[in-house]
Design a protein around this ligand. Structure first.
Ligand code: AMP
Length: 399
């Protein structure tokens, strides 16, 4: 597919943004886009998906439905993605009718762990040592070569720790092989003894201009992001290196929009890239409350060809995810105590149904320092709890 060359004129308010996906990222993107005067169409299988309630129109379809993607794009001036797990045929069908930002090529790289890691290697970006394995025998050899413990990951559609098996002994190989090789080779990665994890968000515009957000510290639990605090407590040299890596990856991808780069920092300050997300990201939710331009407004500006906004952090901040702890419809209790904690704000995604560890909302807190902000966000989160709603009681809407 020919690369799109000279950028078209900027899309102003009144233009329509088509978004593949209508989860919480789509919700927050749509809210900022609408605030700026854009129309928003979303494609998602579920009419109850969080962004549907705030979108101008909804195409109810799966992410592999090329005809439905084309229908979305035919009503849009630009198409974007709130998730990578969109079938490439569907992304291409949309991209044939409206500019896709990020490009389908960038999406193709970031949705496949093998392609992503190969791309990083080709561009000299350091990662954890890894090998691809297409069979149980190759898997065993890869683990032997890399040394245990390893993490074995599915190439597609793994997120929030799903589709991963830790291999610490030969007894774990069977469970790792059971992930399956049907959708392409598994990624076998050496488990790196990181000192901390970082995330860098960088926006890149249609003319290649870039804005990086400050480096955030992230904490995961069993592969799922639980806490973010910013600025990250790392030496300037590490922060500079992390930002330089993220900017170089965004440029190499030719990305238009926001890119999140998740990284590991080793004891001696070495920075390794773990994963790319060519879209707004959970690690950047704090930008809504703490930055001059949120990651969502920035994404809108980038994909619409507008000047990028100021990514300055206005106050140290922290975010704690609110994860489900049960199945079924729920309501949030303890809100009075949580919001009595100074500097906190609540983001509730209004999902119709909970399940254990499902992302249902987040809390952001500001503070004089990142440590104070984190303490506040944790304190507020401790005051909250989920309560089951009777079945068929109806789910609260996002409003
Ligand atoms: P991923 O699905 O690749 O984003 O991984 C989710 C989380 O699992 C990361 O944020 C880390 O906490 C952990 N993890 C993934 N890969 C590795 C690795 N090679 N070494 C150590 N921890 C890892």
């Amino acid at each position: 597919m020919a690369a799109r060359q000279a950028p078209a004129p900027a899309l102003g308010p009144g233009a329509t943004i088509g978004v593949l996906g209508a989860g919480q990222l789509g919700l927050m993107l749509a809210l900022d886009a609408r605030r700026m005067g854009y129309r928003v169409g979303v494609l998602d299988p579920s009419p109850l998906a969080p962004a549907v309630a705030v979108a101008d129109f909804h195409v109810a379809a799966r992410f592999d439905d090329a005809a439905a993607s084309a229908a979305l794009a035919s009503r849009a001036d630009v198409v974007t993605f709130e998730l990578e797990h969109v079938a490439l045929e569907a992304a291409r069908a949309a991209g044939a009718l409206a500019p896709a930002r990020p490009s389908v090529e960038a999406l193709a790289i970031c949705q496949d762990r093998v392609r992503e890691k190969t791309f990083l290697r080709e561009h000299g970006v350091p990662t954890a040592p890894w090998l691809a394995a297409s069979s149980a025998a190759e898997l065993e050899r890869a683990v032997a070569t890399l040394g245990m413990p390893c993490l074995v990951k599915v190439p597609f559609s793994g997120y929030d720790g799903r589709g991963q098996v830790r291999v610490a002994g030969s007894a774990d190989l069977e469970a790792a092989a059971a992930l399956g090789f049907e959708r392409g080779p598994l990624v076998v990665e050496r488990l790196v003894p990181f000192a901390s994890e970082l995330a860098v968000l960088v926006a890149r515009g249609v003319r290649g201009e870039r804005r990086a957000y400050p480096v955030a510290r992230t904490v995961h639990d069993h592969g799922i992001l639980v806490e973010v605090s910013v600025p990250a407590p790392v030496p300037d040299a590490v922060a500079d290196r992390a930002i330089a890596l993220a900017e170089s990856v965004a440029a190499a991808l030719g990305l238009v929009g926001v890119l999140a780069v998740e990284m590991f920092v080793l004891e001696r300050g070495e920075v390794l890239v773990n994963e790319l997300a060519p879209r707004p990201h959970n690690s950047g939710h704090y930008t809504i409350d703490a930055c001059a331009t949120s990651q969502f407004a920035q994404h809108v500006r980038a994909i619409c060809g507008l000047p990028l906004g100021d990514a300055t952090l206005l106050a140290p901040a922290a975010m704690v995810n609110l994860l489900g702890d049960r199945r079924g419809p729920v309501r949030l209790a303890g809100i009075e105590d949580a919001l009595a904690v100074p500097g906190t704000s609540l983001h509730h995604y209004g999902k119709a149904e909970a399940w254990p560890r499902r992302k249902l909302g987040h809390l952001t807190a500001l503070g004089a320092t990142a440590a104070e902000a984190l303490e506040r966000a944790r304190r507020a989160a401790r005051a909250l709890r989920w309560e089951s709603l009777p079945l068929h009681a109806g789910a609260p809407g996002p409003g």
